[in-house]
Design a protein around this ligand. Structure first.
Ligand code: HEC
Ligand code: HEC
Ligand code: HEC
Length: 440
């Protein structure tokens, strides 16, 4: 069904006469290039490539658990079928053994394979196109040091390959502009470095940019938030204080979020926890600080839905005096569920335990106007990242299997109006829909 929609949209675009826009844009590289690997590669260059490959998720996407490093990753589902992050080891037939640096640069900068095939944007080349040439060379040098592993990627299960190729060409003509990131005059050197990391190798936009019906960023690099494909998690807006904006955070708190997945102001959950675990925890302090500088300087947008007091209070809205009067609290179903399942860790007042259990009172995940991430977090539970200080972090069990849809609705609606919160309730239907996404 989705495929049909994309196909029809592609047709509509063709009818609009944009087919001309697909004039091939790739393939500009200087002839006679010397490969940087492995003989001419310095240890520093290789180490830099290793670092970028971790921070940029090349490693996490192109490696499957239990298989050799970079020998090919887990398939990624797109509207057209499954595409496979291929084998990037120097194997001559199934990897990049026969590639030149120029071929590699073309893949990163223009999203084209060695044979000219247009690559699926599941490979975030809208971000890798911004990489400075020195970084491309470093990645290439590092890849050249890996053991060659013969491991073919499974054939892509694209249902309508010709149409995909055709639609992709149009899509790219409209939405993909190759090229390095130009420095912005008037900004500090640290900001420029942060911009390059956030927009380039760290590809934050891959999830955080809002997209149009054809899956293209409305305004590349805007980080204005979107519902992630699959419909469950919201990648919140980095421009809004009630979502993921960090403009008012201290630099060290942003650094802690990126490198450890938690900070006094908030923590990474779901897909963001995976990003921290796989990629950003490898950031050097200086790079994480540069990214924080860039994120703090992002424009601030007003809250999407100001948390105005509700006109008709939901029946489950407790008196905020519930906390002073334990017996009254227990009379409210949501409060009763909280006391029974949550209070032992998160505290009677949702105050949490510093460094152990996050506070829920005053937590923007709890009050965000779009409640997707709250529901998913409570359904899925989770573990914080192990750190030197806390090698065995505290976890939270998944409550999805334990609580029914009406119970979760009661509980979360109560939490969204307890402790001075004024957020809209969550309905049983919402929970049911998100539970469906979870099981998919
Ligand atoms: C989010 C997952 C993801 C990340 C992160 C990612 N890739 Fe990929 N990559 C893919 C997918 C999927 C493909 C296959 C696209 C296709 O076949 O159309 C791919 C293809 C490629 C190709 C082309 C291979 C070929 O045979 O044509 C190269 C080269 C590549 N990636 C390098 C990198 C490098 C270097 C990085 C890190 C800077 C990186 N990728 C990060 C998913 C990813
Ligand atoms: C794979 C998708 C994905 C990528 C890539 C990604 N994010 Fe996120 N991010 C999310 C989701 C989903 C959430 C919401 C869950 C949560 O609150 O942690 C989130 C939340 C956040 C938050 C709010 C955390 C809080 O405590 O309120 C910040 C800040 C953030 N992301 C920054 C970034 C930055 C910077 C990058 C690039 C390094 C990035 N994200 C890359 C998906 C992603
Ligand atoms: C055994 C202790 C424990 C119990 C019981 C528990 N939690 Fe948690 N909770 C945690 C821990 C630990 C985390 C942090 C997990 C992580 O970092 O992934 C957490 C995280 C959360 C978060 C995400 C907070 C954030 O800022 O990202 C929410 C929301 C939450 N819990 C709600 C609840 C609710 C609602 C209940 C009751 C149904 C509950 N928890 C029961 C330990 C617990």
């Amino acid at each position: 069904m989705k495929r049909f929609v994309v196909f029809v949209s592609a047709l509509a675009l063709a009818a609009l006469g944009v087919a001309g826009a697909l004039a091939a844009r790739g393939g500009y590289f200087s002839a006679g290039e010397v490969d940087a690997r492995p003989s001419s590669a310095t240890p520093e260059l290789v180490a830099r490539g290793d670092y970028l490959a971790k921070v940029g998720g090349c490693v996490s996407c192109h490696t499957q658990a239990g298989q050799p490093l970079m020998s090919g990753g887990v398939g990624i589902t797109t509207p057209y079928g499954v595409v496979w992050p291929g084998n990037l080891t120097p194997d001559a037939t199934t990897g990049l053994g026969a590639w030149s640096l120029a071929d590699f640069r073309r893949a990163l900068r223009h999203g084209q394979s060695r044979d000219g095939r247009l690559l699926s944007p599941a490979f975030p080349y809208a971000a890798t196109t911004l990489l400075p040439d020195a970084d491309v060379q470093a990645l290439w040098a590092w890849l050249g040091t890996l053991p060659a592993t013969a491991r073919p990627a499974p054939a892509a299960t694209l249902s309508w390959p010709t149409n995909e190729r055709w639609a992709l060409a149009i899509w790219r003509g409209l939405y993909f502009t190759p090229g390095e990131l130009a420095p912005v005059p008037g900004q500090s050197a640290e900001w420029q470095r942060g911009a390059l990391l956030v927009r380039g190798v760290a590809h934050c936009s891959a999830c955080h940019d809002s997209r149009n019906a054809l899956g293209a960023a409305r305004e590349p690099g805007s980080l204005d938030g979107q519902l992630m494909p699959g419909g469950g998690w919201l990648a919140p807006s980095l421009l809004q204080a009630d979502q993921a904006g960090v403009q008012a955070w201290r630099t060290e708190d942003i650094v802690a979020l990126l490198r450890e997945g938690q900070s006094p102001q908030g923590r990474a959950n779901g897909p963001m926890a995976e990003v921290v675990h796989a990629n950003t925890r490898h950031l050097t302090l200086a790079d994480a600080q540069a990214m924080a500088t860039y994120l703090r300087a992002l424009p601030v947008q007003p809250d999407a839905a100001p948390q105005a007091p509700m006109k008709t209070p939901a029946p489950a809205t407790p008196a905020s005096s519930a906390s002073q009067d334990g017996s009254a609290a227990i009379a409210v179903p949501g409060a009763r569920l909280y006391a029974r399942h949550c209070a032992e860790c998160h505290g009677d007042q949702g105050q949490g335990v510093p460094g152990v259990y996050p506070p829920l009172a005053g937590n923007r995940l709890v009050t965000m106007s779009r409640h997707n991430n709250l529901v998913r977090s409570v359904m899925e539970g989770g573990f914080a990242l192990p750190t030197a200080a806390e090698p065995r972090p505290y976890g939270m069990p998944p409550f999805g299997p334990l609580l029914s849809d009406p119970e979760l609705a009661e509980l979360l609606s109560w939490m969204r109006t307890a402790w001075g919160h004024q957020a809209a309730p969550v309905s049983t239907v919402d929970i049911n829909r998100l539970r469906g996404d979870l099981q998919r």
